[in-house]
Design a protein around this ligand. Structure first.
Ligand SMILES: [Zn+2]
Length: 139
């Protein structure tokens, strides 16, 4: 859709994510979030097709999502010291299916919603370097 931020991003009209897209298949695209939006390793999984949420997924989309998530969790645990991967799916900002995947590390003092509510960020060059490693791990 012309006015959708995520569709525009997929079409190269918006800024490319740090380290560019990490993973792409028939239905899904995965990238690191902009460095100012979260801790190192914060990823977005985005549907290729423009739709709002699980209720609007095709059978193929819903069947393949778990497999991609498995790869993402594996890659994040391999390349960050994530103890948990938080998954947040809101679609309040952009009405195009996407989830935030946020690594939670043992050293993080806050947990749960308090952790997610922190004003956290990382460095662009670190996000780009990590994207490279995650791309390799998701192959
Ligand atoms: Zn869209």
């Amino acid at each position: 859709m012309k006015n959708c931020f995520i569709c525009r991003k997929h079409n190269g009209i918006e800024a490319t994510p740090p380290g560019e897209y990490i993973y792409e298949d028939d239905h899904w695209m995965v990238c690191h979030a902009p460095a100012k939006l979260g801790p190192l390793g914060t990823l977005f999984i985005e549907s290729k097709r423009h739709f709002l949420d699980y209720a609007e997924m095709t059978d193929d989309e819903s069947a393949s999502l778990g497999n991609v998530m498995r790869k993402i969790y594996h890659a994040l645990k391999l390349h960050t010291d994530a103890e948990r991967v938080y998954q947040v799916t809101l679609m309040d900002g952009v009405p195009h299916f996407h989830s935030w995947l946020v690594p939670h590390r043992k050293k993080d003092s806050e947990k749960g919603m308090k952790f997610l509510a922190r004003d956290d960020s990382c460095r662009d060059e670190d996000a780009s370097a990590l994207a490279e490693n995650l791309r390799e791990a998701m192959r």
